[in-house]
Design a protein around this ligand. Sequence first.
Ligand code: ATP
Length: 345
Amino acid sequence: MSGLAINDITKNFGDFAAVDNVSLSVPHGTFVCLLGPSGCGKTTLLRMIAGLEEPTGGAIVLDGDNITAVPTHKRNLGMVFQSLALFPHLSVGENIAYALRIRGRAKEEQRKRVEELLALIHLPGFADRPVAKLSGGQRQRVAIARALALSPKLFLLDEPLSALDAKLREDMQVELRQLQQRLGITTVVVTHDQREAMTMADLVVVMGKGKILQAAPPIEIYRKPADAFVADFIGITNLLPIEADSAGRVTVLGTTVPGLALPAGMDKASLSIRPEDVSITAPREGALVGTVSFVRDLGGTIETFVEAGGTTIIAVATPRERPNVSVGQSVGVVLPPESCVVLKQ
Ligand code: ATP
């Protein structure tokens, strides 16, 4: 297969498995985000792909070649780390050309490639600038250009945007994704920011405790999370207990919700429903009854918090759909069955 294959990769530190028998198939040109809480093994997995960490078991295959034992500098990778690690005493052009220079490429070839890359990162004419005089976003772009200088087969980035402020970070997410699409380069990014992953990735890989919990396109992860951990980690969700009563009717927090079903053999589960799928009405049959405890009006969206059956349920609406409710009011909470995802407890 053209692309990256991770086959049964494990990394043990002593008797602790930081990455535990992980397999993943990444077609050529895919943008992958490794996502998960701190300590779940994202960086260790990326470092094994990079050749900076030796796997305890398993294989890494790039475009059909087993590269598990190939040293980093022979893997044809471009890498960007959180620290960026630009050479502060070199100019922008010298930083970008660094890998070409140490490989003895001709001056003219270096100059041309630097020009090409500066155009690609929207910094034409910056070759002679000292790196120290660049803004955070410009440094970020230079680090990306430097990593791409040798036209690598694989682009690896570890929390590349986490040092940037929120606004710049969002802009850079779009820029990085557009750049990757123009180049068609297989890319793996480590992030703990789910919004960043949703913005950039073709394939989001959610990890927990050294294992892959789900690997799927972002919207599938959001709409069809594999379990309660993934549902809660990606975006905001309402996780509610659901059970079948003796007559086979399915109840949520004690209220029968028509149209909901539990998989065969299960009489208890969790239900995940996104806040934008919950609607608030007057109390009525088939709706949960609750009391409004808080309304957060953020201008673009309005979040209504409802206490029902000892749980807080959040409903999100646009200003046009704004529920006309106030704190303390008794309301109905409607959970459309088609938006409910039933998850094993
Ligand atoms: P973060 O988002 O905080 O960077 P991560 O998901 O990238 O976390 P890793 O850095 O891959 O997590 O670490 C996974 C686990 O392996 C952690 O419990 C970490 O403490 C442990 N670990 C990583 N490197 C080593 C090492 N060299 N020796 C021992 N344990 C290690």
